[in-house]
Design a protein around this ligand. Structure first.
Ligand SMILES: Nc1nc2c(c(=O)[nH]1)N[C@H]1C(S)=C(S)[C@@H](COP(=O)(O)OP(=O)(O)OC[C@H]3O[C@@H](n4cnc5c(N)ncnc54)[C@H](O)[C@@H]3O)O[C@H]1N2
Ligand code: MOO
Length: 392
C-alpha cells in the first residue's frame, strides 16, 4: 500500500494536459485560454460620447452655440460642426466631425435652437471615449493562460472575438457497479440500496463546468463490466468507476481494467476512507476505481480526481489547504491518513459526527476535509491541522 502523497505524485506524473481546441466564445466560460489573443480592431471603433448631451468644439465653450443636428447611438451617417455650432448627441453615439468635447444636457440652457453652457469644470475631451482607448488594433488583448471568467468573455466579445483557442474540459464517464443499486424514486426491494454515487459525482463535475458526462451502470459481472469499461474508455478522457475495487468475490474492477488493457499505476492507498482506491491509465486516459462507499467516493474525488481533471484543462487545484486549530480532542489509530468531514470557521475546525464511509449526512454538512497524518493518533484541542476547504 502506498501513502496519500505517493498516490498523488503518481497521478500527477501520469497527466498530460488535453490538446487545445477552438470553440465558440459563448461556450468558453470557465476555460483557460490556450493562445494569446490580439485585437483586430480599434475599440471603441470611433470617438464616442459617454453622456447624453451636446457635442461641441471646446474652443467655443464660452459662446452661445447654434444647434445644427443630432447624433444618435447606432447612426450610420455623420455630420460636421463648424465654429459656433453644436450637435445633440446621445451616449454611445459617434462624435460629429469637428467636435472634441461633450457637455451633459443637465449643464446647458437651450432657447430657440441656441445653447449656452453652464459648466465651469468643462475640459477639452470631457465625456468623450477616444477611438482605440479600450484597445488598439494589433495590441495584445489577452494572454494565454488566462481564465475566461464572465468579464473576460464579455471583454473579448466587446472587441469582436467570437471564437477562442482553449484547453478543453475533459469528457468524463461514470460507471456505477453493483447489483444492489436502485434508482432514487423507485421502491427499494430487500437488499437494494439507492444509487447515489453518480449523483454526487455528476453534481461535483457540473460544478467545475464539465458537461460531457456519460453515466453507465454495470452489474457485478466481469464480461458486462469489461464491455461498459471499453465503451467508456473509447468515448472519454477520464473514467470514474465506483464500487467493485475491493477484495470481494463480486469485485471485478481490477480484473476488468487489466483485461481492457488499462495499466495499473496503483491499487490501495494508506487512507480512510477510500483505502482500495485504484488508478490506471490507457494511452492518455485516466481511470479511477473509486471505492463504492458514497463518502469514500467523494473523499477520493476531492483528493485525487478533482486536481487531475483541473490539470487536464490546465487549471490549478481549487481545493485550498489551510491550517486550523482543532476545537475538540480526537483520536485515531496510527497507520492510515484520515480525511474527516469537518466544519471550518475562522481558523477553527470541528470534526462532524457520522464519519463512517457509508454515510453522507455529515459530508452534506461539511465545508472541509480535515487531514490527519498516517502516524497521528491522539490529537488535543488546539492542535494545528491541515484542512482542505471544499468547493461550494
Ligand atoms: N475484506 C475486506 N473487505 C473490505 C475491505 C477490505 O480491505 N477487506 N475494504 C472495505 C473498504 S475500506 C471499502 S471502501 C469497500 C470498498 O469496496 P468496493 O469498492 O468494492 O465497493 P462495493 O463493495 O461495491 O460497495 C461498497 C458499499 O458502497 C455501496 N455502493 C456502491 N456503489 C454505490 C452507489 N453507486 N451508490 C450508493 N452506494 C453504493 C455498496 O452498496 C456497499 O455498501 O470495501 C470494504 N470491504
Ligand atoms: O475506505 Mo472504506 O472507504 O473506509 O470504507
Amino acid at each position: 500500500m502506498i501513502s496519500v502523497k505517493e498516490a498523488k505524485d503518481l497521478i500527477s506524473q501520469h497527466i498530460t494536459a488535453l490538446n487545445p481546441v477552438s470553440i465558440d466564445l459563448a461556450k468558453a466560460s470557465g476555460h483557460i485560454l490556450a493562445a494569446d489573443i490580439y485585437a483586430k480592431y480599434d475599440i471603441p471603433a470611433f470617438s464616442q460620447s459617454s453622456m447624453d448631451g451636446y457635442a461641441i468644439k471646446f474652443a467655443d465653450h464660452k459662446q452661445e452655440l447654434t444647434l445644427i443636428g443630432e447624433m444618435a447611438a447606432g447612426t450610420a451617417t455623420t455630420i460636421t460642426i463648424q465654429n459656433g455650432e453644436t450637435s445633440r448627441i446621445f451616449t454611445g453615439a459617434p462624435l460629429p466631425e469637428g467636435a472634441d468635447t461633450v457637455v451633459m444636457q443637465e449643464k446647458i440652457t437651450r432657447r430657440d435652437g441656441k445653447i449656452t453652457l453652464q459648466n465651469p469644470n468643462l475640459k477639452l475631451g470631457l465625456n468623450v471615449r477616444d477611438k482605440g482607448s479600450e484597445i488598439m488594433a494589433g495590441a495584445l488583448a489577452m494572454e494565454k493562460g488566462n481564465l475566461l471568467n464572465p468579464a473576460a468573455i464579455g471583454f473579448l466579445a466587446g472587441i469582436g472575438i467570437n471564437e477562442v483557442n482553449v484547453y478543453p474540459m475533459p469528457k468524463i464517464s461514470i460507471i456505477v457497479t453493483g447489483k444492489e443499486l436502485q434508482q432514487p424514486g423507485k421502491t427499494l426491494e430487500f437488499g437494494q440500496v439507492y444509487e447515489s454515487n453518480s449523483y454526487s459525482l455528476s453534481a461535483a463535475l457540473k460544478h467545475e463546468g464539465i458537461d460531457q458526462i456519460a453515466i453507465y451502470e454495470a452489474d457485478d459481472d466481469l464480461e458486462i463490466l469489461k464491455k461498459v469499461l471499453q465503451t467508456a474508455i473509447e468515448s472519454s478522457d477520464v473514467v470514474l468507476l465506483t464500487g467493485g475495487v475491493s477484495v470481494g468475490d463480486y469485485d471485478f474492477v481490477i480484473e476488468a481494467a487489466s483485461q481492457c488493457g488499462i495499466k495499473q499505476i496503483f491499487h490501495k492507498v494508506k487512507q480512510k476512507p477510500g483505502k482500495p482506491l485504484f488508478f490506471g491509465t490507457k494511452d492518455q486516459k485516466l481511470i479511477f476505481g473509486l471505492p463504492g462507499n458514497p463518502s469514500s467516493v467523494l473523499s477520493c474525488y476531492y483528493n485525487y480526481v478533482l486536481p487531475s481533471i483541473k490539470s487536464l484543462s490546465h487549471k490549478s487545484n481549487s481545493v485550498i489547504e489551510v491550517q486550523a486549530a482543532l476545537t475538540h480532542p480526537y483520536s485515531k489509530a496510527a497507520g492510515l491518513t484520515h480525511f474527516l468531514k469537518g466544519k471550518y470557521e475562522n481558523g477553527l475546525v470541528t470534526p462532524l459526527s457520522a464519519q463512517e464511509s457509508y454515510r453522507l449526512s455529515s459530508f452534506a454538512q461539511a465545508n472541509c476535509l480535515i487531514c490527519l497524518g498516517e502516524t497521528q493518533e491522539h490529537l488535543k484541542k488546539s492542535d494545528i491541522l491541515t484542512v482542505m476547504i471544499l468547493p461550494d
